[in-house]
Design a binder for this molecule. Structure first.
Ligand code: 5GP
Ligand code: ZN
Length: 106
């Protein structure tokens, strides 16, 4: 499968991770839409957050904990946590991921 986020999480594409947990990695978005824009991505491939939630709630919980950790470390406390799900909602990479964005980076 030709998945850009599988290549990033597996190390095939070298990437500076902002933070790592047991099941997820966090790295800066290549095209940030806010002063802070970090993607939090499960190491294992799931198409979107719906599939992730149904198939592996423990991985979702781990990913959410990492996202909240990154938001706490990298913002002043105000942040948005979002999952685009489906093409019409703006999803362009079909490997589940959370966006952590903030206008107030630390
Ligand atoms: P989506 O549109 O699927 O919700 O979010 C995908 C995000 O991945 C976009 O914000 C896009 O800028 C980011 N992105 C796409 N390809 C790469 C890449 O190769 N490296 C990084 N760091 N971000 C990427
Ligand atoms: Zn993938």
């Amino acid at each position: 499968m030709d998945c850009i986020f599988c290549k990033i999480t597996s190390g095939q594409i070298p990437t500076n991770f902002v933070a790592v947990s047991e099941h997820a990695v966090a790295f800066n978005d290549i095209s940030p839409r806010q002063p802070l824009h970090v993607l939090v991505v499960p190491k294992k491939h799931f198409t979107d957050v719906s599939e992730l939630t149904k198939a592996a709630p423990e991985i979702l919980a781990d990913l959410m904990a990492l996202a909240v950790q990154v938001a706490g470390d990298k913002s002043e406390g105000s942040f948005r946590l979002s999952f685009n799900t489906g093409e019409k909602a703006g999803q362009s990479v079909f490997h589940a991921h959370a966006h952590v964005t903030s206008v107030e980076p630390r």
